[in-house]
Design a protein around this ligand. Sequence first.
Ligand code: SF4
Length: 401
Amino acid sequence: MTGTGATTALASLLQRLEALHQDKTFGVVRDWKARTGGLAVGFMPVYVPRELLHAMGVLPVGVLGGGDSIEIIRGDAYYQSYICHLPRSTIELGLNGSLDCLDGMLFPATCDVIRNLSGMWMMQFPDKLVRYLDVPQDFAPDVGGAFYRHELLDIAGELARRGARPLDDAALRASIAVYDANRRAVESLYELRRREPWRVPSDELYLVMYAGMLLPVEEHTSLVEEYRAAVCADAARRPLDQARMLVTGSFCEQPPLGLIRTLERAGCYIVDDDFVAVHRWIRGDVLCAGESAAGDALDLLVRAYLEQGVPSAIRYIDDDRKGRDLVERVQRSGAEGVVFCAPSFCDPALLDQPMLVGALDAAGIPWTAFKYAENTGQFQVIREQAGTFADSIKLWSGAGA
Ligand code: SF4
């Protein structure tokens, strides 16, 4: 492909991604349902086993809130002011009909806010499948594993009663392979950004990941590969003298796209993050890692959750492990600093932050912190803070080396 051809292909791909991101009526999901007649089931952040839904012919649809583009009219009446923004915009999307195309919703056990939202959903939408997905906090296979397997079988039963294909071991194994391929494609794009962040601006990467919340996984994998090829062929992208940052804390409610752009315009290259976290919640392949183990495909999914889940704020494990993991991610990504970028009132992210700060301080890694809401409209203060942080790293980091 010539430089101009590559640029044109990339521009039209980015246009399509922007349109997907802006469409809060889930048009692409409606089209999929009209085409296939299948069930589409929404899920809240952070993690649900999408492989299970896929194996039953169900389209998993990530519902990441309303972003900064919908007006909250009724959503505020459902929640007190001192909680995050995500549930207000989600209930607004439900009440204004945007989520009518979904046959149900899964609410993973992320925090009390999501638990309450699942209760509201049951009352507001009594005909839809509504399921609070309790994930294990005991990681022993015979305790948490047995519990989680039971949960998954229960959900599979509910889906089948609503018209999904019954769960089948061979189909589940095939679906795990499809998601493994997706995880590899996603990881390869993240790896490219770590190596050459100027090729993969983070707002673009975000849009590519967001598309995976709406499209069938096979289509998303092709899209990730198409984007990767297009940016590699774009000769116009050149490195700038920016500070490399790891951004963390945004695993559930997502920052506005404008905030991600602001960080990069303020002189930061984001070289690792936890945006649209479901794509990278399980590290590595599920199939290969569990292939030698006894058991069926469902066991592989359960084991992956127990053993390959990222050490996140919603996982009740030793705080040292989370701090160690963050420091390792900084080292692996070559980040020069960490930006704690969490939603306002996000208990899981903000409660973990002091422990993570302790680990960074012990390792001599500079950091800064601020909060956002998904509909934050003004970025000037964040730009000044991030820009000053980036400048201070460029000016003084390693000054004594
Ligand atoms: S942003 Fe934080 S507090 Fe809000 S729903 Fe998500 S995990 Fe819970």
